[in-house]
Write a protein that binds this ligand. Structure first.
Ligand code: NAD
Length: 427
């Protein structure tokens, strides 16, 4: 990369961004990617940092920092979630935006990648503070977003209600309802059936394909899930319905373990009746730490919390047969090598968690056409797209002697590269 390009990178130079770039570099090297494209695709197309002043309930004004990063728009509008978390920074958002580009290309959606976020602990805000923060953030990123430009969705710390406030703020500015400006909305304003569970459902669909490939019987499979939010709780629920035993789940405060299998529906009842109730307060199962959960002897491990959870420090202790990456970037490059050497079958994040953006795409198509589909259509089409992507990736990995992660990255990067080469360099 030229020195000027590197100079502009330093604001993003965090460990998560370095992980995304290192993965990209390795894939680009293996596929002999055109050096000019390589320089361009390492950096986002556009990054916006905004100040978000919010009047708090006690009358004071607090100023939060927000971001929206668009990594690539060569194949269509950019698409990606919005994260509310105290650890959000430009580098993390840029890394997540880059992964979204490869993910959309890998599964064949006509989108580029984007991501956004606000550095805030949402659980510390009242509902009205959260609404004011969201509306002001939406107003600040208004010049970048729109159904044909960039379409946000939920991620860590955000949900359908947050999407509804963004949709309303955008619609108030333009003067008419624009459902297609965000996905993951409530059904009443153009949301789709099946979006909330979509990422977890996709994780289960690809895990079942991996089990078939490895000759593992679902009834004998045990599953440990790190993170019990949107992705983790739906993965656990649907995996249990498919016949597997969920032996552990966790949130940020710790994990529950029961080798006979946790009663997930019962757990969800206790967990959801009080938003502030922690898993450990439910007293269902033995209490263990998140570190211990990652080291459990199980068939499938599903990290579905934050990035860089499996590192060179703990990868040696991981004992699963299949690692299904519900979260984005949960495994560092060093850990990846250790796990591969140990023979763990890795379903990489950009494939494993693509169910969310696939159903977001369905939502956007339905909003654009003003024509809404049945739940079964959504599940069937999700299944078709994600299992086809799984088998394409598996075949590519066998043909090229590459890991599943490198195969997925190379397939995604190649589609983006083709789009850039076809369009040419402007001006
Ligand atoms: P969420 O906010 O709904 O849930 C996150 C969960 O992780 C919570 O249960 C939280 O307690 C737990 N957690 C936080 N820190 C933890 C830690 N150190 N150890 C263990 N658990 C911890 O978020 P989500 O939407 O479920 O997203 C989870 C991951 O999945 C993120 O990496 C996100 O980028 C990725 N993802 C989400 C979607 C989606 O549709 N929501 C789609 C694709 C990928």
């Amino acid at each position: 990369m030229s020195s000027t390009a590197w100079d502009s990178v330093h604001e993003m130079d965090t460990h998560t961004f370095r992980l995304a770039v290192a993965q990209f570099d390795r894939a680009a090297e293996m596929m002999n990617l055109d050096p000019n494209l390589r320089h361009r695709l390492k950096l986002p197309e556009r990054s916006l940092i905004v100040s978000v002043p919010v009047r708090m309930d006690d009358g004071t004004v607090e100023v939060f920092t927000g971001y929206r990063v668009q990594h690539d728009s060569s194949r269509g509008p950019s698409k990606g979630g919005i994260r509310y978390h105290p650890g959000v920074n430009l580098g993390e958002v840029a890394a997540l935006a880059m992964w979204m580009t490869w993910k959309c290309a890998l599964v064949g959606l006509p989108y580029g990648g984007a991501k956004g976020g606000v550095r805030v602990a949402p659980e510390r805000l009242s509902r009205s503070e959260l609404q004011r923060l969201t509306r002001r953030y939406a107003a600040e990123i208004f010049p970048l977003i729109g159904p044909d430009k960039d379409v946000p969705a939920p991620d860590v710390g955000t949900n359908a209600q947050v999407m509804a406030w963004i949709m309303d703020t955008y619609s108030q500015q333009v003067g008419f309802a624009v459902p297609g400006v965000v996905t993951g909305k409530p059904l009443s304003i153009g949301g789709t059936l099946g979006r909330e569970e979509a990422t977890g459902r996709g994780v289960v669909y690809v895990t079942l394909e991996a089990m078939r490939h490895l000759g593992v019987e679902i009834e004998k499979a045990t599953v440990a899930v790190q993170g019990f939010g949107n992705v983790g709780s739906h993965t656990a629920t649907i995996m249990r319905e498919a016949g597997a035993r969920i032996i552990a789940v966790s949130d940020h405060a710790g994990a529950l373990y029961d080798p006979r299998g946790l009663d997930i529906p019962e757990l969800l009842k206790c967990y959801r009746t009080d938003g502030h109730l922690l898993l450990r307060d439910t007293k269902m199962g033995e209490l263990i730490t998140n570190e211990e959960l990652l080291a459990l002897d199980c068939t499938v491990l599903v990290p579905s919390a934050l990035s860089e959870q499996i590192t060179e420090e703990n990868a040696d202790k991981v004992q699963c047969k299949i690692l299904a990456e519900g979260a984005n970037g949960p495994t560092t490059l060093e850990a990846d090598e250790i796990l591969t050497e140990k023979g763990v079958f890795i379903i990489p994040d950009i494939l494993a968690n693509s169910g969310g953006v696939i159903v977001s795409y369905f939502e956007w198509v339905q909003d654009t056409q003003r024509f809404f589909w049945k739940a079964k259509d959504i599940q069937d089409r999700l299944h078709e797209i994600i299992t086809a992507a799984f088998h394409r990736t598996l075949e590519f990995s066998r043909n090229r002697g590459a890991s599943m992660r490198m195969a997925a990255l190379m397939s995604g990067i190649d589609k983006v590269a083709q789009a850039h080469l076809a369009r040419g360099l402007y001006p």
